[in-house]
Design a protein around this ligand. Structure first.
Ligand code: NAD
Length: 264
């Protein structure tokens, strides 16, 4: 470790288990000396997150359901009491009804559209509002997005529409918070087999397609997303804000199926 994050404190939201992208990021940050707080969503995940937090010496900031603003407030009150200030924030949260992550986008229901937007888009702004108040020496905020925001991907449907809105909110937040030296960025990660991803139809096919057609001819790991997050959350990127950075083995640069890609 080169201690890139020594003296920095931050909140990482979205650890469900040791396959979560948030976990890959938390590990990379802790390894570089960051002090970390984790939240969990509900009692079922509490049992998973507590031992993971112990592995990193992280503070468990409690339950947070981003659809419940009182639970967000409780977490930030806890952080203010414990640390007084915050240097970074990681938002690795998304949700949509599994039944609508297959079939046609046009069939999306109003109820799921609204819930998907609340949990996957507005929640980043909601936590940014609270984090802003604690980032008194500036800071860095990061969210996670996917290529389905830019191009139509099979089964991604309403989640693609939500990610497009999330990416736009990164830019608006970057402008609003720039004066306070708070940077706001997103990582657009290639597909990774996580709990959330298992809700997406034909996910194995999507993984294979990326492996055969990405310039690097492979998918990405949560540890690689973690290393890239380290750059965006550390002082290595003090002039970078409003950016959507692809960590996808270069997949987003490709315009067509590779000529040597096997049929799947
Ligand atoms: P994951 O299932 O490990 O993490 C998703 C997290 O969202 C969980 O910790 C879950 O508790 C949390 N969450 C859902 N609803 C919530 C709510 N109401 N309140 C609080 N937390 C809530 O899966 P992941 O793939 O690590 O997902 C993290 C982020 O990365 C998501 O935004 C996802 O869209 C994004 N992403 C994932 C991939 C992929 O292929 N796995 C690719 C690009 C972007």
């Amino acid at each position: 470790s080169t201690g890139l994050m020594n003296g920095k404190r931050g909140l990482v939201m979205g650890v469900a288990n040791n396959r979560s992208i948030a976990w890959g990021i938390a590990k990379a940050l802790a390894e570089q000396g960051a002090e970390i707080a984790l939240t969990y969503q509900g009692d079922a995940l509490k049992k998973r997150v507590e031992p993971l937090a112990a592995e990193l010496g992280a503070f468990v900031a409690g339950h947070c359901d981003v659809a419940d603003s009182a639970s967000i407030d409780a977490v930030f009150e806890g952080l203010e009491a414990r640390w007084g200030k915050l240097d970074f924030l990681v938002h690795a949260i998304g949700f949509s009804d599994k039944d609508e992550l297959t079939g046609r986008y046009v069939d999306t229901s109003e109820g799921n559209f609204t819930k998907t937007m609340l949990i996957s888009v507005y929640s980043f702004t909601a936590v940014a509002q609270r984090a802003e108040k604690l980032m008194t020496d500036g800071g860095s905020m990061l969210t996670l997005t996917y290529y389905g925001a830019e191009k139509v991907m099979p089964h991604y449907n309403v989640m693609g529409v939500a990610k497009a809105a999330l990416e736009a909110s990164v830019r608006y937040l970057a402008v609003d918070l720039g004066k306070q030296k708070i940077r706001v960025n997103a990582i657009s990660a290639g597909p990774i087999k996580t709990l959330a991803a298992s809700g997406i139809g034909d996910f194995r096919y999507i993984l294979k397609w990326n492996e055969y057609n990405a310039p690097l001819k492979r998918t990405v790991t949560i540890d690689e997303v973690g290393q890239s997050a380290l750059y965006l959350l550390s002082d290595m990127s003090t002039a970078v804000t409003g950016e959507v950075h692809h960590v996808d083995s270069g997949y987003h640069t490709v315009g067509m199926k590779a000529v040597d890609a096997p049929d799947i």
